[in-house]
Design a protein around this ligand. Structure first.
Ligand code: HEC
Ligand code: HEC
Ligand code: HEC
Length: 144
């Protein structure tokens, strides 16, 4: 009797598992892409993330530059060139320059795997910076 009961439990368990698996398979998983399939929580791109959130958490672009200057990875930039951001970054980071903006931005945000906070906190989503014009299909960078 006891082994029959155990068998029944196993059979029911297997049946339930396959029903649950079938239900999961039926619901297609739609990826949450900002502005495409999900709300765009950073419609202004750079400056929606790069701002001063508290006195000790300043992620603003001038501070990011200052931090890189301190680390010796970025030349000093005059205040005059830190006004209309991110547009002014292109003064030095033109597409045909030695350090094109696309390359420095993609490297800063998309390399290093889980260690990179843009990947771990923002799923490394391109559309945090880029935006799609659904009418023309063209993709641009927010704020540039
Ligand atoms: C959705 C949020 C988000 C957006 C949008 C975003 N960033 Fe970032 N950015 C981050 C995070 C997070 C990091 C830290 C990455 C890491 O852990 O190394 C970062 C790092 C940086 C750094 C530091 C690089 C270094 O080597 O120290 C700079 C500069 C920067 N971002 C500029 C920009 C600019 C310019 C734009 C727009 C073109 C932009 N970011 C858009 C979140 C964002
Ligand atoms: C006055 C010119 C100038 C301006 C303005 C400028 N940059 Fe740069 N940037 C450079 C140069 C030159 C390098 C290469 C430094 C090197 O490799 O030693 C660089 C490198 C970088 C890097 C890569 C650093 C690394 O660790 O590899 C990032 C990120 C960056 N710039 C972001 C920005 C952002 C964001 C802005 C606008 C807020 C900006 N830069 C404005 C000249 C400039
Ligand atoms: C942190 C912001 C940021 C993120 C994230 C980002 N991009 Fe970009 N992307 C830029 C910027 C800035 C440019 C340069 C625009 C310019 O020079 O006018 C650019 C340019 C480009 C270009 C054209 C220039 C080139 O490199 O050939 C392509 C293609 C591109 N991005 C693809 C992607 C894809 C794919 C992803 C996601 C895997 C992505 N980007 C994520 C900021 C970003």
């Amino acid at each position: 009797m006891r082994s029959r009961a155990v068998l029944a439990v196993i059979v029911i368990g297997v049946l339930l598992t396959s029903v649950v698996a079938a239900m999961a398979a039926e619901q297609p998983k739609v990826p949450a892409i900002p502005g495409i399939t999900a709300e765009d929580t950073h419609p202004n791109g750079c400056t929606d993330c790069h701002r001063k959130v508290s006195p000790d958490k300043d992620y603003s672009l001038p501070t990011e530059i200052a931090n890189m200057v301190k680390a010796g990875t970025h030349p000093k930039v005059s205040e005059r060139m830190m006004k209309d951001l991110p547009k002014q970054c292109l003064t030095c980071h033109k597409p045909d320059s030695k350090h094109p903006f696309a390359q420095v931005m993609h490297k800063a945000h998309l390399t290093g795997g889980a260690e990179n906070h843009f990947i771990s906190n923002y799923q490394g989503q391109c559309m945090n910076c880029h935006q799609l014009d659904p009418k023309t299909g063209s993709i641009s960078v927010k704020g540039l």
